[in-house]
Design a protein around this ligand. Structure first.
Ligand code: SAH
Length: 391
């Protein structure tokens, strides 16, 4: 996306951290220019497969993120700081307000800093391995207002745990659950494996597409719920289900697409690798009274190989892989399974192009390409693509 020409209008970025922070890349462009840049990026990669529809954007492209993830440390005057890392570094920028995130997150972070100071709780130091609080992750259910706080700590002993919980929840009654996640490894991964619930049920709920979803700390959940509804609407419109289909939802997360699609088809089979997400998905089908969905915890590629080996019949595959895209095991089994339609949702048009190259070389044709801006101010582009079988 380096095609900076005069037609792209530069503006003063509204965020004061923009020059240093690695979170946003396009805030110094007007909304129209951002849309053009993303449209160009989508066309450059996917235009060879057909017409790329105009990107679906947000009227108010701020405060859309339902998840904030900050690292903690000390500043120059040994004050506690929290925020995003500066671009390509592990230097923490002390962020008071991030304009693309739900404002409640920064308010909670502010309270956590105050509590830490009062109780002399030390932020973790990556170089020395000393200190306690490493990161804080906050998730908000935009429809329900429920908030989850995950405290990533270096040790399982939480000094002053009861007081901490009491102070935090009384300052922010929206907090419905607090989770301690222990990460004592020298790693750039934020979350560790071990967790315990300090307060509440261990998950929050949100409503998407008219259905209730429970979300646990380690499960994937789309970070822009408003645009997610648009993305899913486009995907289902492209699918044009008539109620008789057997559908695979691959990389199904907590089952959002599966359950929304289940209301329009005969049966949905969801496949997802993360066991917590699968557990959420199963409980979500129960909570919504939807019984024509089956979730499997498996590698999507291996699962497809198994289905293809058994000679199963499926009418459509909805796939929404992570940034790395799908793999050859998945794609070649998909071809063997011979579904009439494939709806491919991707947050990375580069791997999507690669995978579409494969499928269009094996008897499939791209019919519709719809970019959706899920991440305004950043250079990320999400696309949903309809592919159909040639014969
Ligand atoms: N469709 C869901 C989730 C998409 S994100 C939604 O819209 O919310 C991609 C999901 O793929 C994540 O939940 C991730 O845990 C899962 N995943 C990653 N690698 C996988 C693999 N090899 N097999 C199955 N699922 C995988």
């Amino acid at each position: 996306m380096n095609m900076i020409t005069e037609e792209f209008q530069q503006v003063k970025p509204p965020c004061i951290y923009f020059d240093r922070c690695g979170g946003c890349q396009l805030q110094h462009y007007s909304n129209e220019s951002q849309n053009m840049l993303k449209q160009d990026a989508a066309e450059k990669l996917l235009g060879k497969f057909g017409h790329v529809e105009p990107i679906l954007t947000m009227d108010y492209p701020y405060e859309y993120r339902n998840k904030i993830q900050y690292s903690f440390g000390y500043g120059k005057k040994r004050e506690i700081i929290a925020g995003m890392y500066a671009e390509n570094s592990h230097y923490i920028i002390d962020i008071e307000r991030c304009l693309i995130q739900d404002p409640i997150g920064d308010k909670i972070i502010h309270t956590i800093k105050k509590i830490m100071k009062k109780y002399k709780m030390e932020p973790y130091n990556e170089d020395t391995g000393r200190g306690f609080l490493r990161h804080v992750l906050i998730r908000t259910g935009f429809s329900t207002g429920e908030v989850m706080v995950v405290l990533v700590t270096s040790d399982h002993m939480f000094p002053g745990k009861k007081n901490f919980v009491k102070l935090l929840t009384s300052a922010h009654p929206e907090i419905k659950t607090i989770i301690m996640n222990i990460n004592n490894r020298n790693t750039s991964m934020v979350l560790g494996d071990r967790e315990s619930t300090m307060y509440g049920r261990g998950y929050i709920q949100d409503v998407l597409g008219g259905l209730k979803f429970r979300i646990s700390s380690k499960s994937f959940y789309q970070i822009n719920p408003k645009q997610t509804e648009i993305l899913y609407r486009e995907a289902l419109e492209m699918a044009g289900f008539n109620g008789t289909e057997r559908v695979i939802d691959a990389y199904s997360g907590i089952g959002t697409i599966s359950l929304i699609a289940a209301q329009k088809v005969k049966e949905v089979i969801g496949v997802e690798l993360n066991p917590d997400a699968v557990r959420d998905a199963i409980s979500n089908s129960r909570d919504n009274g939807i019984s024509n969905v089956y979730f499997h915890k498996a590698d999507a590629g291996e699962f497809m190989v198994e289905l293809a080996g058994k000679g199963e019949k499926v009418d459509a595959v909805i796939m929404d892989p992570p940034r790395a895209g799908s793999d050859e095991a998945f794609l070649s089994s998909l071809v063997t399974l011979h579904p009439e339609k494939v709806i491919y949702i991707s947050c990375n048009p580069e791997t999507q192009e690669r995978d579409l190259d494969f499928l269009t070389g094996k008897g499939y044709t791209v019919h519709r390409i719809q970019p959706v801006d899920m991440f305004p101010q950043t250079n990320h582009v999400e696309c949903v693509v309809l592919i159909t079988r040639n014969i």
